[in-house]
Design a protein. Structure first.
Lengths: 223, 223
């Protein structure tokens, strides 16, 4: 790995483990055993590193939540499809949890990043709406057209602020994988009333899967 | 009004209008035309004032969300009951919006306040669950027992982080009453699938009411 990439990887790890506000560029350099000058050669400040991490975040959202037309041809909106989207949701919450833990602070101090965030959110919103509409057409879900936009909005909000909500709920917050899987379970809870009645068994299986993960103190999927 | 109460009222107004982080005790004193020394005689610092405002917040939650047993005797779970709870939700979001805009920052810098917050949240959770159970027994809503706790959790999260979510969604966030009424509409959206089918018309009326309020740029209810 090149130094620039090592800096980004180390920053992401330290931000997630210690909280972004508690990690300086000096900490990152010390963690990698490089000089602060070497770090500044690649990134002029911490916001610059965060902007680079944000590109990874955007790329993940783009790749994981673009509806794959054709893959859901009649009858193939299977559990595998749900695992794909729900695991991708878990991944983004876990991998970028420092960002969700401090979203408004990070956005407010970097208007350029905020602008990029809004563009990515807009794209994500359209993708999620298209996905729900496709599931609707497949009769996997039964959602009134007028409710697709506000329901998408609530799901986005749930994912974006689940980490913050959990932080408010404890004097010594610790964002574990189990806590994030609980958030994923809530997505299923919100969609449950819209599932086609014939898919009740499939839904129960999905819910049991993510509830089991949210009950575990830790999980081998990510260390 | 006594000076102490005037300080609390002015602080709440300034926090809401300008953001809590942008308002110092000196601003509050200047706004009231009193000396900083006079303010310090009543409150030793800003956190102390916030703690006092928090008591008002707690009192409002306690009074507005305690299920009124008997008031919902068969058939009386009427639109009036929904207006009561939903308007109370709007009120708390609007009246204490500075608190919701900055929840984790405010809680993290005052562990004593955080502890009180957790106690109030715990009480609120039990009240909301009791309320949903009562509506369930009245067959106003049809919710599986196992879903009452997670659904309450999602509703609490929605109210607690709606302001933060909206702030993230704009480069120049402005928390208007319309934005908060949109949050109230989302509560109805989430409860909609659980409404007893015979109450569809009542629900439509409620949704139309709050959607109209969320579409207005301003509303005479509060200035």
């Amino acid at each position: 790995m090149k130094t620039k990439e090592r800096i980004v990887a180390a920053a992401l790890q330290l931000f997630n483990e210690q909280g972004e506000a508690n990690v300086t560029t000096n900490h990152i350099a010390a963690h990698l055993g490089i000089s602060p000058g070497n770090l500044y050669y690649h990134f002029r400040n911490k916001n610059h590193i965060i902007a680079r991490i944000f590109l990874q975040y955007s790329e993940h959202l783009r790749q994981s939540f673009t509806p794959l037309s054709g893959s859901m041809s009649s009858g193939s909106a299977s559990p595998a499809m749900w695992f794909h989207y729900l695991d991708a949701t878990f991944y983004v919450m876990w991998e970028f949890r420092f960002f969700y833990a401090n979203l408004n602070d990070i956005l407010q101090r970097d208007p350029e990043l905020h602008q990029q965030y809004l563009a990515v959110q807009q794209e994500l919103t359209l993708n999620l709406q298209a996905l729900l509409r496709e599931l609707n057409q497949q009769q996997v879900l039964i959602i009134a057209d007028a409710e697709i936009a506000p329901l998408t909005d609530v799901l986005k909000m749930l994912v974006s602020f689940w980490v913050s909500y959990q932080s408010a709920q404890s004097l010594t917050p610790h964002i574990s994988q189990a806590v994030l899987y609980e958030g994923v379970s809530r997505i299923l809870l919100l969609l449950k009333p819209y599932f086609h009645p014939e898919l009740g068994l499939e839904l129960s299986g999905l819910m049991a899967h993510y509830q089991a993960l949210s009950a575990k103190p830790s999980d081998p999927f990510h260390k």
